[in-house]
Design a binder for this molecule. Structure first.
Ligand SMILES: Nc1ncnc2c1ncn2[C@@H]1O[C@H](COP(=O)(O)OP(=O)(O)OP(=O)(O)O)[C@@H](O)[C@H]1O
Ligand SMILES: [Mg+2]
Length: 306
């Protein structure tokens, strides 16, 4: 029995925590999180996934956003539909346990890059059901992704709110990436995001921040320089790494998204495509540099889902 089977029994929690201390699950599971809509999460997820896949990493993108951003950005027509039940085989179905992960995954959407798409209603239903299940629901995604050896990295795209789906993602994660667009709304919300990640991380001992990624940088506007300074200050205050490589504002990115492609596939020599390649290298090295055998995810305490 793994600790995860036992965590519902409160008395065993201490033993289970100790038992998990030297387990880092395969693969790395990275949540892309920001509780503001339009903060760059889906753009970062799809383009970083593509760039990591180009580096030879086997990558799975899991869409956990009811708006289904990855379905559009990676050019999928939507999840498969189960022929018998007529239900979508999406991330929601996998979370509810009515479909297995491998049944829902679209293989080789790009070389080395697989995708588990979302379906709005199915994912909403899953979210409600998992909340009702309490701790067992909170760790379901962890259980699904634990020891999935088909992939080196799983990227979780999350909703732009403090939804239970974000908490499930953070609970399942070995790391978090936070996009930071140097504009008033996303920057004002950055403290809330970092607080939420810290809160979940303290309870579950998971989800350390791998880095804050500056997105849509550039332009001459003065406020952007001020906003960038604010991002730097918050990273220092929360003691989280501000990644060296940033993604510039680039209209080519929007054009590629309209075509349902990562910019690296559509305009490989564009500024943003090059930036994503450098960013992928930096993140790859940061992940590899993390000491192996350190606690990746420990037993989540039976906390209420926020
Ligand atoms: N570097 C960039 N250059 C130009 N446009 C960008 C860049 N990064 C992101 N965008 C644009 O910003 C918008 C918001 O990005 P995105 O959809 O990734 O945000 P999100 O956080 O996933 O939003 P939501 O919470 O609504 O899902 C998109 O239209 C995207 O094309
Ligand atoms: Mg999105």
């Amino acid at each position: 029995m793994t600790w995860i089977n036992a965590i519902c029994i409160e008395e065993e929690l201490h033993i289970c925590k100790n038992a998990s201390m030297h387990i880092r699950p395969t693969p790395e599971v990275i949540t892309v999180a920001h509780t503001k809509g339009g903060a760059g999460k889906s753009t970062l997820t799809s383009n970083l996934a593509f760039a990591l896949a180009q580096r030879g990493r086997r990558v799975l993108v899991v869409d956990l956003d009811k708006q289904c951003g990855q379905t559009m950005l990676l050019g999928l027509s939507g999840p498969r539909i189960d022929r018998l039940s007529r239900q979508p085989v999406d991330s929601g179905a996998v979370l509810r346990g009515v479909a297995r992960l491998h049944e829902g995954v679209w293989r080789d959407v790009h070389p080395n890059l697989d995708v588990l798409p979302a379906h709005e209603h199915s994912l909403a239903q899953a979210s409600d059901e998992l909340v009702a299940e309490g701790v067992a629901g909170q760790v379901r995604l962890y259980e699904v992704l634990y020891d999935q050896r088909d992939w080196d990295v799983v990227l979780l795209d999350t909703p732009g709110t403090q939804s239970p789906l974000l908490t499930f993602a953070l609970t399942a994660s070995t790391g978090v990436l936070v996009p930071a667009i140097p504009e008033a709304g996303p920057v004002a919300e950055l403290r809330t995001v970092l607080d939420h990640i810290r809160f979940v991380g303290e309870v579950t001992e998971s989800a350390e921040v791998v880095g804050v990624v500056r997105m849509r940088v550039g332009g001459n506007a003065n406020y952007r320089a001020v906003a960038e300074r604010r991002i730097r200050e918050l990273c220092t205050e929360y003691d989280v790494p501000l990644l060296r490589n940033k993604v510039p504002e680039d209209a080519k990115l929007g054009e590629a998204q309209l075509a349902g492609l990562p910019v690296g596939a559509y305009f490989p020599m564009s500024r943003s495509a090059i930036a994503f390649r450098y960013l992928a290298e930096e993140i790859d090295l940061a992940l590899l540099a993390r000491p192996h055998g350190e606690p990746g995810v420990a037993a989540p305490a039976p906390s209420p889902v926020r």
